[in-house]
Design a protein around this ligand. Structure first.
Ligand code: ZN
Length: 630
């Protein structure tokens, strides 16, 4: 999940009290000079008990043309429409001296104010009670603000600087956690333009803080860890800070340097609370992390860390190495990126790999997870319909999207996180075994070419950079034609074998009817999901809501009855299935399939010889890089 803009950085001197901080050396596209005074926002919480905020937006220097104000419909890093205007009410527009102006609602998310005197003050109430990476959560404990879900904006004023005043409730002990630019007033922050403002999630609460200077090349950046949770013990936070530092350093080793954070600072904004919704959302210089798992439990802390590792990797891949299709972000429409298999999938691969390299995930658990993901991607019928680009294009329908009607996504869609992650694993092993390179070399080349320069990339750029890194454009062309634009996949058994790892069926000889969700109901066992294309259930004509009654004449009442009756058979055996469908009772004779789950086993555990070359490859791939890379 991402964010924004190689198009920012106008002068902040316009903003009274703006602290002029050191900017990153990143090269940025020229932005037109702002054509008027800053936009000003003001937010208060007089009814936090009931999840409301009162927002005031002031747009000045408007001339005589109508003002169009827009509530965002989408948010960077989430690919569905969210229609944030559904939680906006009591909207009024007025002149600075309080004279009411007409604000006509011209679309569900847009208002037009005509006949104003050049300055318009818009006031509205916002409701928010779903704290995560996309939605706001306002209550007595915090105001957790994802900006596109909170602040409407004026069309045509996107390049103007912004100042925002957070009016913290008296006596609540709240502070402001944000990547916005601080000023001498502790409640006032600024942004150089709308893209940066919208990319700056803000946590207002009495969070705990840790920070350190992290070296990068011949400079250093400040990393801040803000954690809002209940009853934090200092020791829990100390331990988590140590874990976060190790993740930061392991990911820095992949690229050789930190991303050059704007204003010199990166901020982890974590809310680990029972009343938030689990999520993680990347931004240029910060990330919003939410989970209901407290840091006091060490296993929970490791799971929280896994989400953090993914989001922090995005500060390079997605925030700065960025697909042209979503840059700059259009808040008024849904955005589509066909390259999420790279932006999300390669990030997924590295987030999990770095958890293993730092030892927070054991090697055994890492390989088990990789085997499960391979099983899902290699065996899902989805690849009959779409490759990684088509899966990425489908994101507006699956990424935090909800529908009334059923879809056939379980048969036609594979998560671009998983698909991209296994492609990354295959490419990494291919580069290591064929070219004495690693996927890090590819990521570093993408970083130098696109990330550091603030140039969005395209599919052609991904392909040509791989050819340059490998010194073999034919290899890159074939990989992209077959595995990216097509639906082929690398030969994982061969690649893993070179690391002395055996990819094999986890349950050889076990028969199955195929995967489907089964529940006791309707006098038998009801199918509570779609059935999978190619499975025996699908071949028998069984579909959603049908009730399985008998197998070979024996009645079934529970999913365990089915497992028991199937377990005496081998793959290829036939059974007779009786079931009730919408049109009545059916009987079908079907051949059982082989259970397809995969496992990855070290050769030494499978009684196979392990060579030094295998051990070396395994350790170069899975050991920490912090000591071995610059
Ligand atoms: Zn992500």
């Amino acid at each position: 999940m991402p964010s924004l803009s190689p198009r920012f950085h106008v002068s902040l001197a316009l903003l009274a009290g703006a602290a002029l901080l050191v900017r990153s050396p990143a090269v940025r596209a020229q932005v037109p000079a702002p054509d008027g005074p800053p936009v000003h926002y003001d937010i208060r919480f007089p009814n936090a008990d009931h999840h409301e905020a009162e927002v005031t937006a002031t747009f000045a220097g408007l001339g005589s043309s109508p003002l169009e104000i827009q509530m965002s419909r989408s948010s960077p890093g989430r690919y569905a429409l969210h229609e944030f205007a559904k939680n906006v009410y009591g909207l009024t527009a007025s002149t600075p001296d309080g004279k009411r102006l007409n604000a006509d609602r011209v679309t569900p998310s847009r208002w037009r104010v005509t006949s104003h005197g050049g300055t318009v003050v818009v006031r509205y109430t916002l409701f928010g009670d779903h704290a995560d990476g996309t939605y706001p959560g306002i209550d007595r404990t915090h105001a957790h603000l994802n900006m596109p879900a909170v602040f409407l904006y004026a069309r045509g004023l996107e390049n103007r600087p912004i100042a925002v005043d957070f009016h913290l409730p008296a006596g609540a002990g709240w502070k402001v956690g944000t990547q916005l630019v601080p000023t001498s007033d502790p409640e006032r922050f600024t942004a150089p333009d709308l893209q940066y403002f919208m990319d700056s999630p803000t946590e207002l609460s009495n969070f705990d803080e840790r920070s350190w200077r992290e070296p990068s090349g011949d400079t250093a950046f400040t990393i801040r860890l803000f954690v809002h949770q209940q009853d934090t013990a200092a020791a829990d936070l100390d331990r988590y800070e140590t874990m976060v530092k190790r993740i930061v350093r392991e990911e820095k080793a992949v690229y050789g340097e930190l991303a050059p954070y704007d204003y010199g600072t990166y901020t982890f904004l974590a809310g680990y609370l029972p009343w938030v919704y689990g999520d993680g959302m990347e931004h240029r210089n910060s990330t919003f992390l939410t989970s209901t798992r407290p840091l006091s439990d060490s296993a929970d802390a490791v799971r929280d860390l896994g989400a953090l590792a993914h989001e922090f990797f995005h500060s390079w891949n997605m925030e700065r190495i960025r697909d042209r299709a979503i840059e700059p972000f259009d808040f008024a429409h849904v955005q589509m990126s066909g390259l999420l298999w790279f932006g999300e999938g390669f990030t997924q691969y590295y987030g999990q790999l770095v958890m293993e390299r730092t030892g927070y995930t054991s090697r055994r658990d890492y390989l088990d997870g990789l085997a499960r993901t391979l099983d899902y991607v290699l065996h899902s019928p989805g690849r009959r319909f779409r490759g990684p680009i088509g899966m990425s294009d489908y994101s507006p329908f699956v990424d935090a999207a909800s529908w009334v009607d059923r879809t056939n996504a379980s048969n036609t869609f594979i998560s671009y996180y998983s698909y991209g992650a296994v492609l990354a694993a295959g490419l990494d092993l291919e580069l290591r075994t064929r070219f004495h390179l690693t996927l890090d070399d590819y990521m570093r080349a993408m970083w130098r070419k696109y990330g550091r320069t603030g140039t969005p990339y395209t599919l052609a750029g991904l392909r040509s950079t791989l050819g340059e890194v490998a010194g073999d454009s034919a290899f890159a062309r074939t990989f992209f034609e077959h595995d990216i634009e097509g639906t082929a996949v690398p030969d994982y058994a061969a690649l893993l074998g070179k690391a002395g790892l055996l990819l094999r069926p986890a349950h050889p000889g076990r028969a199955t009817l195929g995967s489907a969700r089964l529940v006791p109901a309707g006098g038998g066992v009801q199918v509570a999901s779609g059935t999978e294309i190619g499975s025996p259930l699908y071949a028998a004509g069984v579909d959603y809501h049908d009730v399985l009654l008998e197998i070979d004449g024996t009645k079934v009442h529970n999913p365990s009855d089915i497992n028991r009756l199937i377990s005496v058979h081998a793959p290829g055996d036939s059974v007779t299935l009786s079931y009730i469908a919408r049109d009545g009772r059916h009987q079908a004779r079907v051949g059982l399939a082989a259970e397809r789950a995969l496992e990855i086993v070290p050769f030494e555990d499978a009684g196979r010889p392990v060579t030094k070359a295998m051990r070396d490859l395994r350790s170069a791939w899975l050991d920490s890089e912090v000591a071995t890379r610059p």
